[in-house]
Design a protein around this ligand. Structure first.
Ligand SMILES: C[S@@+](CC[C@H](N)C(=O)[O-])C[C@H]1O[C@@H](n2cnc3c(N)ncnc32)[C@H](O)[C@@H]1O
Length: 261
């Protein structure tokens, strides 16, 4: 981690939680560096022979990029929650002109690629992952080699090592998958970008926002339609290996329709 990022984090902690909690948090951080926690392999990895398990804190994902300091962490989406939320999104297409086949799926912060692999079992036009951290990109690409050895509904899957804020959205209908990748500041920058891009397009931008910590920022955009929100339960096997012992994941599904001509 760069010294500037460390100082940024310490200053942010001091402002957010005060000196006592900051000292405790730094102590915990140093302890975990010295004695890293070993996470059990996720059932998804055991079933498919890939590596998507574990929790890697944002501070350990710095690789010299401008938005490093805003990364939350790496951890993979629970497959059961993903599939339930996708079924709901799919229902939302039933009375419109587009089907899943028209959509490009884009995972904003794809990490080791678990959500990409899950999405490729649905008939998307193509599946794209954007990830800031180069070592995670390598793991995701390696996983995809294993994954592509068997057939999937969509076999056009790629991973880009890029900042999600610099990624050029394709001109087809797109579904952005946002599993709480960054803090409030970058979430707002992403929303500003999506809004600006949407004004120049003739197709919708749909967004699935998992663990929607900053949903209030989304709610402040009048043209962003909230299609559905709720919580999706995990299976007991998923909860058992989850770093936070999560029982269910919150979600919001949005649609930004193109401007009327
Ligand atoms: C919570 S993980 C989600 C992983 C994956 N989407 C999934 O659902 O399995 C968030 C990921 O977003 C990445 N990330 C954070 N900020 C990013 C940015 N500005 N551009 C691209 N990726 C980013 C992190 O490195 C991390 O791998």
């Amino acid at each position: 981690m760069r010294a500037a990022d460390t100082l940024y984090h310490i200053r942010k902690l001091l402002t957010d939680i005060g000196p006592r909690q900051t000292a405790l948090s730094l102590g915990r951080h140093l302890y975990h560096r010295a004695f890293p926690v070993k996470y059990p392999r996720h059932p998804f990895d055991l079933q498919h022979g890939v590596d998507t398990s574990g929790l890697i804190g944002g501070r350990r994902l710095s690789s010299g990029r401008a938005h490093d300091r805003h990364i939350t962490a790496y951890w993979g989406t629970a497959p059961s929650a993903f599939l339930q939320v996708f079924a709901l999104w799919n229902q939302s297409l039933s009375d419109g002109p587009y089907s899943t086949r028209d959509y490009t799926f884009i995972d904003i912060g794809c990490g080791k690629g678990r959500a990409l692999m899950l999405a490729s079992d649905l008939p998307f036009r193509c599946v794209v992952g954007v990830e800031l951290n180069a070592p995670l990109v390598s793991v995701a690409r390696q996983n995809l080699i294993t994954w592509k050895a068997s057939a999937h509904a969509c076999d056009d899957i790629e991973v880009l090592n890029a900042d999600a804020l610099e990624f050029a959205f394709p001109d087809s209908p797109i579904l952005l998958y946002v599993f709480n990748p960054f803090d409030r500041h970058v979430t707002q920058l992403l929303l500003d970008r999506i809004l600006a891009v949407s004004l120049t397009r003739s197709t919708p931008i749909d967004i699935i926002y998992m663990t929607p910590e900053h949903a209030d920022l989304f709610a402040a955009i009048p043209t962003l339609q909230l299609l559905k929100q709720g919580r999706s339960p995990l299976t007991s096997e998923e909860t058992a290996v989850d770093a936070f012992n999560t029982q269910s994941l919150g979600y919001c599904i949005y649609r930004l329709s193109p401007p009327r001509k």
